[in-house]
Structures are given as structure tokens and as C-alpha cells.
Write a protein that binds this ligand. Structure first.
Ligand SMILES: Cc1ncc(COP(=O)(O)O)c(C=O)c1O
Length: 383
């Protein structure tokens, strides 16, 4: 018998926000200080504590976090930065914002993370940094990448947009695995502030430079001037940006951070339930976890094998007809017009395969077992 189509579409993702977040935002509204201020400073301290970093600097998004990390790390016009093409386009855009050139490398088909052998082969005299991405929350091979980087004198930055709460070699992503890690708080991520980002680092000099650049390179912050009993005249010693997070966002982030372990636990439980039930489909490969890595399941991304009875796009359509929203897996940046170039032809075979054959299934904090069972029943019906 066909499963009954639900009255409402099962979304692919849904942020988990409730009365505590509402209260925290209202408290900030009533406080009289809504821009970057005391809540941002508190969110930074708590975030650093959570991931085990010495410094955390809050900004307006992960894209701006990555831009400032590259600038603070000394990436300059004309430099090359190695990164995967298999990523959200912001990974490459921030390299271009810094005036540098992204050099795309291929991924490992089983983890979807960069292949260290491809990274090593892509190094030239112009390479300045490696921007490694933790794909949909699974940490990339940081030990191998760091070893290659130190042999060649390169900077390593982690695009940890999706990786809050993920673990690498028993430690949370954020430190001390590389020079800087950048997180996103977009609503598709597990911890959300609406929009928002964070850079974590062990290096005080880098943290201070990013703190300056995010607020027009102002020598004294608005909050410090406002709190001073003296007249303070600030100076601007370089060209900076307005990449600030607001206290409204940080207040929400503080509540989300307290709820994070519980949210992660629920996601991991739902993900293991998917993987167990999907094992009966020979044509669908569930996401992998290795002994080195703990996934946060920011997304549950499966891959269709060549023996699949249907193409990925047809599967998405069939699921949507049955009230189940999905997304294609990770995009391939080299296929988008700003980055299209003959030089990538044939050089990114795993990226091409993965981007065409992966699908993100619904997974969110409040997803019920009945909703998940319905998704699986639909897959059974289609196959
Ligand atoms: C891998 C990756 N990097 C960067 C970003 C950009 O994050 P934000 O939207 O916070 O700028 C995203 C967002 O989806 C992402 O998935």
C-alpha cells in the first residue's frame, strides 16, 4: 500500500528556535544596545570555551569570516589558494574577495573531503594557503593537510561552516588543528543566529587583526567609547569592513550554544536511524564516519550508485511529489560561470561524480520518527 502523503511538505531542514531564544532577543531589544556589544563578547567567550579555542571573533557570516581569515593570514592579490570545487560557492568567493586565485582540487569519493594527494600535486610557487572544507560536517583529513602545509610553508584555514560540534581525533573542530577555523550560523546550520559567523584561532595577533578589520579597522570599539567616562577619539589605520555581528544575533547564539549538545544528540540519533534503514537499498550509499572523525550530521547526504533504478534528479522530483523536500548534494564551484575554465576539464572526476549523484534527505531537530519512516517508505516505493 502507498504511504499517505502528509498534509504539509516535510522540509529538508528547519531551524530549532523556541521561547528561550525569543526571550534572549527581547532582553537585548529592551537593553538599549542592539549592535555589536556585550552579548557578542559573551558569545565569543562561550564559543571559544565550547570548541577549545583560545580566541573566537564573531562576524556577520562565514563568508566574511573566511575573507578576514585569508586577509589576516597574509593572502594577497596574485596568490593561489588551494580548495575543493565541491563546496558552497562562498568557499571560492572569499578567495577572490581577497584578490587571490582559487585552485580547485578533487575529493575522496567516500568522505567527500579533499584528497591530500591532489592537494600536494596542486602546490606551485604562488600557493600561499590551503582552504580545507569539512563537508556537510565531516572533518577533512587535517593531519595530512597540516603535514603537507608545514613542509611547503603554507597557511591552513578550515572552512568549518557546517562543522560545529564535529570532532577530529577526539577534539572538537575549532582548534588546535589549523591556523584558523571559520563557522557559519546560517539557518541551514545546526546552531543559528539568522546570519552570522565566527573565526577561532590560538593566535592572539590574528584574532586582534580580525577584530579590527571587522569594524572598519577602528582603533577603539563603539562599546568601549560608549562605556568610557573620557572623550575618546578613535583612529582608522587601514581600510576595514563592516562585518559585525549584532547583540541580537549573539543573544540567540548564546541560547543555541547551551542547547547544542542536545541538538547534536538528536541529529546523530536520527542519522543512525537513517543509515540503518537505508542499508537495505544496495544503490544508496549512506554518509561515512571514520574512527578519526565524528560527524555532526549538519546534513544527511547519501549517494546514488550507478545501479540506482532512478537518476538523482528524478528521485528528488518523485520525493517532492510525495511531500518530501530534498536538496541536491554539494555543488561543484568549477561549473558555475564565474569559475568555468577549460583548465578544470577532466581534472575533477570525483567532484563531478559526487555533485551529480548525491542527495540531501530531510533531517532536523524536531523531525519525528513517523516523518522519517515516511521518507524511507517513499524511497522503498520508488525503488
Ligand atoms: C562550506 C561552506 N562554506 C561557506 C559557507 C558560507 O556561509 P555563510 O552563509 O554563513 O556566509 C557555507 C554556507 O552554506 C558553506 O556551506
Amino acid at each position: 500500500m502507498s504511504p499517505t502523503v502528509p498534509a504539509k511538505i516535510i522540509p529538508v531542514a528547519r531551524p530549532s528556535v523556541g521561547p528561550q531564544e525569543e526571550q534572549a532577543v527581547c532582553d537585548v531589544l529592551r537593553s538599549g544596545w542592539v549592535s555589536q556589544g556585550p552579548r557578542v563578547a559573551e558569545f565569543e567567550r562561550e564559543f571559544a570555551k565550547y570548541v577549545g579555542a583560545t580566541h573566537a571573533v564573531a562576524v556577520s557570516s562565514c563568508t566574511t569570516a573566511l575573507h578576514l581569515a585569508l586577509l589576516a593570514g597574509g593572502v594577497k592579490p596574485g596568490d593561489e589558494v588551494i580548495c575543493p570545487s565541491l563546496s558552497f560557492i562562498a568557499t571560492a568567493n572569499c578567495i577572490v574577495h581577497a584578490g587571490a586565485c582559487p585552485v580547485f582540487v578533487d575529493v575522496d569519493r567516500s568522505t567527500y573531503n579533499v584528497d591530500p594527494n591532489c592537494v600536494e600535486r596542486a602546490i606551485t610557487a604562488r600557493t600561499r594557503a590551503i582552504l580545507t572544507v569539512h563537508q556537510v560536517g565531516l572533518p577533512s583529513p587535517l593531519a595530512e593537510i597540516s603535514e603537507i602545509a608545514s613542509r611547503h610553508g603554507l597557511l591552513v584555514i578550515e572552512d568549518a561552516a557546517c562543522a560545529i560540534g564535529s570532532q577530529y581525533q577526539g577534539r572538537r573542530v575549532g582548534l588546535p588543528h589549523s591556523s584558523m577555523a571559520c563557522f557559519s550560523f546560517h539557518p541551514r546550520k545546526i546552531l543559528t543566529t539568522g546570519e552570522g559567523g565566527m573565526v577561532t584561532t590560538a593566535d592572539e595577533e590574528l584574532a586582534n587583526r580580525i577584530r579590527g578589520l571587522r569594524q572598519h579597522a577602528m582603533s577603539v570599539s563603539d562599546l568601549a567609547r560608549h562605556s568610557s567616562s573620557q572623550v575618546v577619539i578613535e583612529s582608522y589605520d587601514e581600510v576595514g569592513y563592516n562585518y559585525r555581528m549584532t547583540d541580537l544575533q549573539a543573544a540567540m547564539g548564546l541560547v543555541q550554544l547551551k542547547r547544542l549538545d542536545e541538538m547534536l544528540g538528536r541529529r546523530r540519533w536520527l542519522a543512525s536511524r537513517y543509515s540503518e534503514r537505508l542499508s537495505r537499498f544496495e544503490w544508496l550509499v549512506p554518509p561515512m564516519e571514520s574512527s578519526e572523525c565524528r560527524h555532526n550530521f549538519q546534513s544527511y547526504m547519501a549517494r546514488l550508485e550507478s545501479n540506482a533504478p532512478i537518476t538523482r534528479d528524478e528521485l528528488m522530483k518523485e520525493l517532492l511529489n510525495r511531500g518530501v523536500s530534498t536538496r541536491r548534494g554539494i555543488m561543484a564551484i568549477h561549473r558555475e560561470s564565474p569559475y568555468r575554465d577549460e583548465k578544470w576539464n577532466g581534472r575533477l572526476p570525483q567532484t563531478d561524480l559526487v555533485t551529480d549523484t548525491t542527495i540531501v534527505l530531510p533531517l532536523f531537530h524536531t523531525m519525528t520518527e513517523e516523518e522519517q519512516d515516511y521518507v524511507i517508505e517513499c524511497l522503498e516505493q520508488i525503488s
